[in-house]
Design a protein around this ligand. Structure first.
Ligand code: SF4
Ligand code: SF4
Length: 175
């Protein structure tokens, strides 16, 4: 079957295509310049209310952990390591996971593989650390809820699709 013949553009047509493309881009920029509130997230005065199923930071529920090490084994970034601790009610120290957020890529494999649901994602992605050491959590730190700093003073928003206006930012109710 003969291939489709592609018509070569003349230099004038190429120039015209380039000009219309750039004018289009400028018009889009102008639209958002005139009405920036429509889209821009004013973080931390506003923050995106994430869905409960969002794969954000991870929390350990120690009492559910059976020390199987599957989470540390599957971690592709070597972000999860096992440490041995004495857990209440156990005769001997047992291995439990700790996490290094300098390395974590939030793939969620550790949560998915855990046979007892001892690991779970939190709907939080914007945690502030002031140094890299703090991003390496011990067993206690791994069991604490983390929160976005914007939640203290910001208002929750979400993005929805409007058929006429495109993606727009609207207020969200706190969950
Ligand atoms: S989310 Fe992925 S990278 Fe992060 S600790 Fe779990 S398995 Fe490792
Ligand atoms: S996969 Fe779950 S049960 Fe196994 S060590 Fe990790 S957290 Fe504990």
């Amino acid at each position: 079957m003969p291939g489709k013949v592609v018509e070569k553009k003349t230099p004038k047509q190429t120039l015209l295509t380039a000009i219309t493309g750039n004018v289009g881009a400028i018009l889009v920029g102008l639209k958002y310049f005139v009405n920036p509130n429509r889209f821009t997230l004013k973080y931390p005065y506003e923050f995106i209310e994430l869905d409960e199923t969002y794969r954000g930071f991870i929390i350990l529920e120690l009492k559910k952990c059976i020390g199987c090490m599957s989470c540390a084994r599957i971690c592709p970034a070597a972000a999860m390591k096992m440490v041995k601790i004495q857990v209440e009610g156990k005769k001997r120290p047992m291995p439990v996971p700790v996490i290094n957020y300098n390395r974590c890529i939030f793939c969620g494999y550790c949560v998915d593989v855990c046979p007892t649901e001892a690991l779970a994602h939190l709907p939080v992605h914007d945690v502030v650390y002031t140094n890299m050491e703090d991003m390496v959590l011990d067993v206690d730190g791994f069991q604490k809820l983390v929160d976005t700093p914007a939640k203290d003073e910001g208002v929750p928003v979400k993005y929805v699709f409007d058929p006429e206006r495109g993606l727009v930012k609207v207020p969200a109710t706190r969950g």
